[in-house]
Design a protein. Sequence first.
Length: 398
Amino acid sequence: MSDWEAVRLDALAADEKSAISKPYGSAMVKDDYRSTGVPVVRGVNLAGGTFHDDDFVFIEPALADRIPGANMRAGDLVVTHRGTVGQVSMIPRAPRHERYVASTSHVKVRLDATRAVPEFFYYWFQSARGRDSILVHSSTVGVPGIAQPVTTVKGLTVPFPPIGVQRGIAQVLGALDDKIAANSGVVTTADALAASLTRSVLDMTRQVALNEIALVTMGSSPPGTSYNEVGEGTVFYQGVRDFGVRYPDNRVWTTEPVRMAKAGDCLLSVRAPVGRLNLSAEDTCIGRGLASVRSLAATPMTLFHLLRDAPEAWAPYEAEGTIFGSINKDQLEALRLPTVPEEFVEGLEQQLRALEASVASCLDENLKLAGMRDALLPQLMSGKIRVKDAEQMVGDVV
C-alpha cells in the first residue's frame, strides 16, 4: 500500500476567494438562459465524467460577473452534488470557451497548481474509492443529493503524493484517454464521410417503402424470469439502454429467446427515442423496444446509413401518443426512403464497408484501452504499481 499523506481537499485549494464554491439560490434561473454568452456547465456536459464541450445554454457576461465563485476555467474540477452524485469532471486544458459557469447542481474546485495536478485528482475521483468518498455523503430520499455540498466537497479526504508522482500518474492515464479520444475522432470523421458519400448518390425523386428493400422483425420480450446477467443463453436487448456508438453492450441474457436479430442486422428503436440505431454484432434476442431491419439486397451498410441519415422520418412518430413516441410494424414497413441508383449500389456499399471496418477497429481498440485504464487506475492510486512500470505497459499500446 502507498504511504502517501492524506489531506482534506480544501488544503490543496488555490489561494483565492471561492476556490471551492457554487452558485446559490436564484443566482441563475432558466429565464436567464440565452443562445450566446458564457456557457453554463450542466449535467449534459459531464456524462460519465467526460467533459462534453458543446450543447450549452448561456448566460449574459454581466450575470456571470455577478457570480464570480461559479466562474470556471481550464483545469477546474466540476463535482456534481445533485442528481448524478459522485460524478466529477474537469474543464479541459484546451477548452472551446475562455470561461464557464457552474450550474446550481455543481461545485467548482480550483486547486493550487504548485501543489496539485488537477488531472491526478480527476482520476482519483474516477476510482471506486474516490467516487465512494463522495457518495457516502449522499441522500437517496427524493432526488439524490448532498445537503451541504460546498462544505462536504471541501472536507473530502484525498491522497497527496509528491507532485512528480501526481504528474506521472496523470500522464500515464491521460495517454490512454488521449488515444481513446483520437480513435473517437476517427469514428466521427468516418461517420461524416459515410453520410456525405450516401447523400451524394441518393435519388431523392424516387422513393421506396422500407419493406421493399428490407425485412422487418419487431421485437418481443421473453419472460422476465429468463433474464440473467451472467452470460447464460442468448444476449438480449430490450431497447436503447445498452446502445453504444455502433454496437450495444452485452449486459442481459435470456434462456428463452423469442424474436431474433442476426449478426449485421440494423437494430432500430421503435419506442422513444424512435429511430435510434445500432448494429447487431451477433445473433441476439430483441425485446419490444426494438426492431431488426435486414437488407434484402445484401447491402447492410447502405441500409444502415440510409436509416441513420433520415431523422425527419422519425419525427412524426416521436410526436404521436400522449406520453411516449412509438412506431408500429405497418408504419415502419411503409416508411419511405430515397433510393440509390443501380450504377452506384456496389461502389457505395464497398466504400461504406471499408469505413465501417475502420469504425469497428477503433471501437474495439477503445474497449481494450479503457479496460487497461480502468485496471491501472486503482493500482496506481493505491501505489501498488509504480509509475515507471505503468508507463512501460501503456507505451506498448499507444
